[in-house]
Design a protein around this ligand. Structure first.
Ligand code: GLS
Length: 797
């Protein structure tokens, strides 16, 4: 953008307010101020945005399209200001006219079109792609309702719709009706032989959906590059309006982009979900192929200009859909279409949980996407034929796409692409050795690792201005554009003035969070306590319950001996449970009731506090992460593919208490064993139990009185109002043999927690570890991760 002055900005801002709202600055609401600023930002980047599109077309740059059913940007105002390089200028200019930027920030609603780590990662990539100057665009769905809004009522989670989208649309998007395309679903299709011998698909009784794109600006950091996140919305096609005569028919269509499926890691097999997936994939690919066609290059070489990334299995229909478009719309022959499709497509696996590897009924496919069903059948048939006689038939049976009348989406993504990556070293190893090992026999060359990363600007400069200012003082401002310069802190680990400064920043951040907790929950948090945080989706494998068990133990210890010397602790939770996930909801109830019990027990002398913050989302994370002393990353080893909050906490100077799982291992490698606290079984120990079937939680319970007492607290009335939930949990731990090995890991976990309490008392040692963590967090930048994708997988830079 052009050089901007404060005066010019104020002039533009006031004029825009007049144009849009016919109000003066001092009359406008925060919402009006926010939208006005958003519009100005868009105006300022418009020429960069247009230039970017032109460049890509003119220079015929190979472009990557990141297909994801989830994007979780949170708020975008601050990121956009920062990346444009006008954050300070705008803050000051607004202050000059009595407008407080923080109030505008509050007025923006979180864009929560994702469930958790997977969606947030996609958004970190959207920030990093333009930042590294790579032509990489997002492709997803413009849900009217994002992830549900969580309220806690009587300790229970209640889900409310998250109507994030204002009636006038998001200020960051631009509707592009002229780029709309039609997507066909339902009906039937048969192949009619043509004179030239080709087969032409003839559709009957189809329903046509009108897919309208909304392009959301993605601004690179200080480099004039603006990319695009294209979100698709559905409209009723005027041309086919007779197909939708009743209100109910129309509603069903609108529902396609109404809401995000609120489930993380496991998916239910709803027809609507399948339609969402096809809708997004088909609309995206049709426009991509059409713009490639404008380059007038051979269709069979589309892989030289286009890369399509399948983010988790949900967009896996991209494989047969690209085949369909190439063959049916552009007349490419099967073999050529297949050769180019497999080079266009690449796939990231984000979880080892088998329930998350999507499988669909072939019947449903046949009904909803009949042509795709045919093409998948043919891909499957050819796959079986190709490998017959070359490998064991068992391998073919287990890797083929269609098995027992089910379509295996991961198999489709792997067979139909040239790259499969895991999201942390351990996770990729597990894919190779276990989950996808038979694919590894067939296609070893496709497998690679890309450890996740985070958009560090959001998680440092925006979320933690106090720490950022301190870093500027200590190592200069270079780290703001080159995060690897944080390593210069290595020289300062033991300097006591530096330690004190980091401590003060942390205490100020803790105070800010404490103020929020006071305001929202009316609980007083002592900021000299250790702030011990576990924020993430609620899932049994993430083991929030292990944390709870430890809190119960501390509570029991303090009740036994009220004079017990103990470093005061504040345990902070934030977690949404999938609405249908009963067990997870019971854990939320238990945490809330335990919090009530503990927080109002004056005999504990403020040594223990428990807080459950409702509606955990990106904005709340920006408040919580900088205030944490301890980051709980305590999943059963082998279960958490990577985790990304672990990286955010580390960057903000929290010490990680972790199992050797996901990216925790790489954090340990980065900071060294002494600067992270590791406990519990590693992946091999977990797998040994699986192999030998020798885990026996009841035996541990019977032989360890401490554990028995903690577990019994769930059913002996210790925690009020949890009769039902307590029994459910007790049963999961004892009657059903503790699937996630909490009991086996408990003792080590509690010991390491005691070690942390001691360590915290020794400020110089603690602070040196804190600084060591910050110094080594640069390697988890998503700029680096995305560079790996861009070079190794997509070939776009
Ligand atoms: C997830 C994993 O569970 C996380 O460990 C991972 O960090 C994230 C991004 O790769 O993907 N998979 C999933 O389905 N939801 C996730 O958050």
């Amino acid at each position: 953008m052009e050089q901007l002055t404060k005066e010019q900005f104020i002039k533009d801002f006031k004029a825009q307010l007049h144009t849009d709202y016919l109000v003066d600055n001092n009359e406008a609401t925060a919402e009006e101020h926010f939208r006005t600023l958003g519009k100005l930002i868009k105006r300022y980047v418009m020429s960069d945005w247009l230039r970017r599109r032109d460049e890509i077309v003119k220079e015929q740059k190979k472009t990557a399209y990141y297909f994801s059913i989830e994007f979780l940007p949170g708020k975008m105002l601050q990121t956009n200001l920062l990346n444009l390089g006008i954050y300070d200028l705008v803050t000051e200019a607004l202050a000059d006219i009595n407008v407080d930027l923080t109030v505008l920030v509050e007025a923006e609603r979180d864009m929560a079109l994702g469930n958790g780590g997977l969606g947030r990662l996609a958004s970190c990539f959207m920030d990093s792609l333009p930042t590294i100057g790579a032509p990489g665009f997002g492709n997803g769905i413009r849900y009217k309702y994002g992830l549900f809004k969580q309220r806690i009522v009587n300790g229970y989670q209640v889900e409310l719709p998250d109507a994030w989208l204002p009636s006038e649309g998001s200020v960051w998007e631009t509707k592009k009706p002229h780029s709309a395309v039609d997507v066909k679903i339902y009906g039937s299709v048969y192949l009619a032989p043509q004179e030239d011998g080709a087969l032409k698909p003839i559709y009957e009784n189809v329903k046509t959906l009108h897919a309208v794109p909304y392009d959301v600006i993605q601004i690179g950091f200080n480099n004039g590059v603006v990319n695009n996140l294209r979100l698709w919305d559905v409209e009723l096609p005027e041309k086919y309006e007779l197909d939708y005569q009743t209100l109910a028919d129309r509603r069903r269509v609108e529902d396609i982009t109404s809401f995000l499926y609120p489930d993380d890691s496991s998916r239910d097999g709803q027809a609507m979900r399948l339609i969402q997936e096809y809708f997004m994939v088909s609309a995206g690919l049709q426009t991509i192929v059409a713009s490639y066609a404008k380059m007038q290059l051979p269709m069979a070489k589309i892989h030289e200009k286009v890369a399509v990334h399948i983010n988790d299995t949900h967009p896996a229909m991209a494989v047969p859909e690209l085949m369909r478009i190439l063959m049916d719309d552009y007349g490419v022959k099967w073999d050529d279409a297949w050769a180019t499709t497999t080079q266009v497509m690449s796939y990231t696996n984000h979880t080892v949980l088998s329930e998350a590897l999507e499988k669909w009924d072939t019947g449903l496919f046949k009904e909803i996407v009949p042509r795709i069903h045919q093409i998948i059948g043919e891909i499957d048939r050819k796959f079986v034929k190709e490998w017959a006689g070359k490998v064991d038939t068992g391998i073919i049976d287990r890797t083929r796409i269609v098995q027992n009348n089910q379509i295996h989406m991961a198999n489709l993504a792997i067979i139909g692409g040239h790259s499969v990556n895991g999201v942390a070293k351990l996770h990729t190893e597990l894919l190779i050795e276990d989950v996808l090992k038979e694919f590894y026999v067939l296609f070893p060359e496709k497998f690679n690792n890309k450890t996740n990363g985070i958009a560090q600007r959001r998680w440092s400069q925006i979320a933690n201005p106090g720490m950022s200012a301190l870093l500027d003082d200590l190592i200069g401002k270079g780290w703001r554009s080159n995060i690897h310069e944080l390593s210069e802190l290595e020289e300062l680990l033991t300097r006591s003035d530096v330690q004190t400064s980091f401590y003060q920043v942390k205490q100020a951040n803790k105070q800010k969070l404490a103020d929020y907790v006071k305001k929202t929950l009316d609980i007083d948090l002592p900021i000299d306590a250790i702030f011990d945080v576990q924020v993430k989706r609620l899932h049994a494998y993430k083991r929030q319950l292990l944390n709870v068990m430890h809190i119960i133990k501390l509570y029991q210890d303090l009740k036994d001996d009220p004079g017990l010397e103990m470093t005061p602790r504040v345990f902070i939770f934030g977690a949404k449970a999938a609405p249908g996930y009963h067990f997870a909801k019971s854990v939320i109830k238990i945490i809330n009731e335990l919090a009530n019990l503990i927080n109002y027990d004056t005999s504990l002398n403020d040594k223990l506090k428990v807080v459950f913050l409702e509606n955990y989302n990106v904005s709340l994370a920006e408040l919580i992460v900088p205030a944490a002393d301890v980051s709980e990353q305590i999943s059963t080893a082998g279960k958490e593919a990577s985790g990304t909050s672990n990286m955010k906490f580390m960057m903000n100077g929290a010490l990680t208490l972790a199992t050797l799982d996901g990216a925790n291992i790489e954090i340990k490698d980065a900071v060294g064993e002494d600067n992270i606290v590791i406990f519990g079984m590693d992946k091999d120990a977990v797998y040994a139990h699986y192999d030998k079937h020798d885990y026996n939680s009841r035996a541990i319970y019977d032989s360890d009185p401490t554990i028995k007492r903690v577990v019994d607290a769930f059913i002996d009335g210790t925690i009020p109002n949890t009769h039902y939930e307590g029994h459910e949990i007790w049963d999961a731990l004892i009657s059903y043999n503790d699937e996630y090995f909490l009991l086996e890991d408990f003792t080590d976990y509690a010991e390491k927690q005691a070690y942390i309490s001691e360590l915290y008392q020794d400020k110089p040692i603690w602070q040196a570890k804190v600084i060591k963590n910050i110094a080594n967090s640069g390697r988890f930048s998503s700029d680096d991760t995305i560079e790996g994708y861009a070079k190794d997988i997509w070939g776009i830079i």
